[in-house]
Design a protein around this ligand. Structure first.
Ligand code: 13P
Length: 252
């Protein structure tokens, strides 16, 4: 039985005051024993404050990115150990915004994944095709390439302590979510691809869907057999929306 995860990726939004209010509302509204793991990923500079506010709560903390190297002369970068130090359990790696806007290669993403694992962080590996890829029938090819580089570097055992998020780029921030069946098809493919290396690990790996998940469509997406929760952008900035999405995950 895979315990679902609902993760909020706040991206570059918020302020100290706004975050404090949002977390307060989440803490007030989250069930004491949620059926799904819940976490939020604020911008780096707010992690410590969020961590203090979330202490002893049912909501975990994650970073939005991490450096592939462990320490040293890497101006502007944040290491896995630093994320751990301020209370993160998770970190997103390979978000499409980082791949596309900051030219992160599959290899760099895989190194970030490995760096996170090496310090005991749970990487959330984002994969997903752009619209042109989908229209050209290349969805599987793209997702396989992104996944395989990580599998090559870290092995299937690397995924044992990790989470995968399928985020079709055309669905991110567009209001146009993948249809549940479209998501299921790719999720099943991702699981099979991991399964070709290790069936046990594939069966246990949580695969989240991300891309315009809202309170109104979460339940039908999460009802798909290979969709184990969601990575939520815009809707994670509104406590009531995010809590409704959280409630939609997990056994009925
Ligand atoms: P939206 O939920 O705003 O579409 O963003 C999804 C996302 O990119 C989460 O990482």
């Amino acid at each position: 039985m895979r315990r679902p995860i609902v993760a909020g990726n706040w991206k570059m939004h918020g302020s100290r005051a706004e975050n404090a209010r949002l977390i307060e509302e989440l803490l007030a509204g989250a069930p004491a024993t949620p059926k799904a793991t819940c976490l939020v990923c604020p911008p780096f500079v707010y992690l410590l404050e969020a961590s203090r506010q979330l202490r002893d709560s049912s909501i975990s903390l994650g970073g939005q990115d991490v450096c592939a190297d462990t320490q040293g002369a890497f101006t502007g970068e944040i290491s896995s150990a630093m994320l751990k130090d301020v209370g993160c359990e998770y970190v997103i790696v390979g978000h499409s915004e980082r791949r596309l806007l900051y030219r992160e290669s599959d290899q760099l993403v895989a190194r970030k994944f490995g760096a996170a694992l090496s310090k005991g962080l749970i990487p959330i590996l984002c994969v997903g095709e752009q619209l042109a890829d989908r229209e050209a029938g290349r969805t599987r090819e793209v997702v396989a390439r992104q996944l395989d580089v990580v599998l090559e570097l870290c092995g299937a055992t690397g995924l044992e302590q990790a989470v995968v998020a399928y985020e079709p780029v055309w669905a991110i921030g567009t209001g146009r979510n993948a249809a549940p069946e479209q998501a299921q098809e790719v999720h099943a493919y991702i699981r099979a691809r991991i399964g070709a290396r290790d069936a046990r690990i594939a069966a246990a790996t949580r695969i989240l869907y991300g891309g315009s998940v809202k309170a109104g469509n979460a339940a039908e997406l999460f009802a798909m057999p290979d969709v184990d929760g969601g990575l939520i952008g815009g809707a994670s900035l509104k406590a009531d929306e995010f809590l409704t999405i959280l409630a939609a995950a997990g056994p009925a």
